[in-house]
Design a binder for this molecule. Structure first.
Ligand SMILES: [Zn+2]
Length: 53
């Protein structure tokens, strides 16, 4: 433990992620769901990251 404990609010709605979302963190919200990043939000909507060759 680092000694600084931020209150755990929720976890990322993306099943592949489920990162802890803590007080003060900037997150993405869709409906009642919270996502730790725009990437997680996009993934939850079925979007995937690809590389264009
Ligand atoms: Zn996430």
């Amino acid at each position: 433990m680092t000694g600084i404990t931020k209150e755990l609010v929720d976890e990322c709605e993306n099943d592949n992620c489920q990162s802890e979302i803590v007080e003060g963190q900037e997150v993405w919200r869709k409906g009642f769901g919270l996502y730790c990043s725009g990437r997680c939000l996009a993934e939850s909507m079925g979007a995937v990251t690809i590389t264009i060759n």
